[in-house]
Ligand binder design. Structure first.
Ligand SMILES: [Zn+2]
Ligand SMILES: [Zn+2]
Length: 455
């Protein structure tokens, strides 16, 4: 068996240099032009031919073992989050790698370098697609709306957009490594495997009122900020009706709260997700949430536009893939290196969308410290996060593709994705867009009816 730990170690300097460069140049989703150019140049210097997305950041390349077999995609995410109070945040944009994605590309560069080593592909069949994907973090929705209006993108998550564009056509399964803070599990913990995590519906709401002089004639105005406050409070009054097993989360932010202080605000923008463990749970909660949000607008005689967008599907890590990965990593390190947990993540990722059409596995690698998306997050142990990421992908993909891909074929045979085809999946996604007004008023200003988004 190839010693992937030793081979990865050989490329330590390049892996860590990749990490440091990306950490120092954070960019948010669909804006990762410097990051993608930097990664492309390394891939090309390693001898790879790339297929670039072109009008958005991101690319992929195929490694052919020369023998027929399954196609496995290994992914790394390019984007950062925004946390302006983080000491490493970009002073202009507030962008910072407080979700650790810089470690992902460092790991993928490690994979790319190792797979060019003589003998690295010996005994394997099929193809390995290395892919740099943009825009995992679901943020700056107004900016993505402009990209969508221009026809550049159709979907908000980078993997979803790549799936739509056909970059996953012919791919049988996908793997990635995300860094995580596993410090509470002790120093021996290197990896964590979980069953999956929440999906989400994205809400990009606009409360509409009527502007008027805030001191001179407030009686002539309709206060959209009060409408938004009432709507959010009304959702808070629903929380105990959510069932534990559904893991419902609603966490709004106000992104525009009025234009000038001496006018009654006539437009207030609120963004939130409705997260949950299944699409059924998300859509059921969303009906109640829509009603509560509309009640705020109704109370002041204003209007609400729902602004629903497809978020991400719940992630279901493939059990078979998970057990193959745990087994090989325990043999590569030791028994204690891999934690298998039944914990359901309440965050969301577009890896979930891939999991609705193919078997996937998102492996957590230790090495992060602090709170994800927070001002104290950083990669403390780069060995575990960056080199460990490369070793996890290399070991798992080689376990899957050796012995005529016996294990990969077993995964494919047992897989039960939610949808039979990506078309079926996209038809659900397309049904989730809704910019309708919530309330219909008659000529006298009385409510005719409240419109529920979906029935
Ligand atoms: Zn994140
Ligand atoms: Zn992340």
């Amino acid at each position: 068996m190839v010693d992937f730990r030793a081979l990865t170690e050989k490329h330590r300097v390049q892996i860590l240099n990749t990490y440091e460069t990306i950490w120092a140049n954070p960019e948010t989703g669909y804006k990762e032009w410097k990051t993608t150019a930097f990664a492309e140049q390394i891939f090309e210097s390693l001898g790879y031919t790339l297929t670039r997305a072109g009008d958005i950041p991101g690319f992929y390349t195929d490694i052919d073992t020369g023998r027929p077999g399954p196609v496995i995609a290994l992914l790394a995410e390019l984007d950062s989050v925004i946390c302006a109070s983080h000491p490493a945040a970009d002073p202009e944009t507030g962008a910072v790698h407080a979700c650790g994605h810089a470690a992902q590309m460092a790991g993928l560069i490690g994979v790319a370098a190792v797979l060019k080593e003589p003998g690295a592909l010996d005994g394997l069949c099929g193809k390995i697609r290395l892919m740099a994907v943009p825009a995992e973090e679901l943020l700056e929705i107004a900016f993505r709306d402009t990209l969508r209006a221009k026809g550049t993108i159709r979907y908000y998550g980078g993997k979803v957009e790549f799936l739509y564009r056909g970059y996953f056509d012919g791919v049988d399964m996908a793997l990635m490594v995300h860094s995580s803070n596993l410090s509470s599990a002790g120093p021996q913990a290197r990896y964590l495997l979980v069953p999956g995590g929440n999906g989400c519906l994205l809400k990009n709401m606009i409360y509409e009122g009527k502007a008027a002089h805030a001191g001179g004639a407030p009686q002539n105005g309709i206060n959209a900020l009060y409408a938004a406050n009432l709507g959010i409070s009304a959702v808070n009054a629903l929380r105990e009706t959510f069932i534990e097993k559904d893991y419902i989360r609603f966490h709004p932010i106000i992104t525009e709260g009025g234009q000038i202080v001496n006018a009654i605000p006539d437009r207030v923008k609120v963004e939130s997700y409705v997260r949950g463990a299944s699409w059924e749970a998300i859509l059921e909660a969303n009906e109640k949430i829509d009603r509560a949000l509309a009640s705020g607008a109704l109370a002041v005689g204003g209007q609400l536009y729902y602004g629903d967008r497809p978020g991400y599907s719940p992630l279901h890590n493939d059990e078979e893939l998970s057990s193959i990965c745990a087994d090989i990593l325990r043999r590569t390190y030791d028994e204690e290196a891999v934690i298998i947990s039944e914990r359901w993540d309440t965050g969301s990722t577009d890896m979930g969308d891939l999991s609705t059409v193919m078997p996937v596995l998102q492996i957590y690698a230790a090495g992060a410290a602090g709170h994800g998306h927070g001002a104290d997050y950083f990669i403390e142990d780069k060995d575990k996060a960056c080199l460990g990421g490369a070793v996890a992908l290399l070991s798992t993909v080689s376990a899957l593709l050796c012995d005529d891909a016996a294990k990969a074929y077993k995964v494919i045979a047992h897989a039960k994705p939610l949808f039979h085809s990506k078309e079926e999946y996209f038809s659900l996604m397309d049904s989730l867009f809704c910019d309708d007004p919530a309330i219909e008023y008659d000529d006298e200003g009385a409510m005719v009816h409240w419109k529920r988004v979906r029935t």
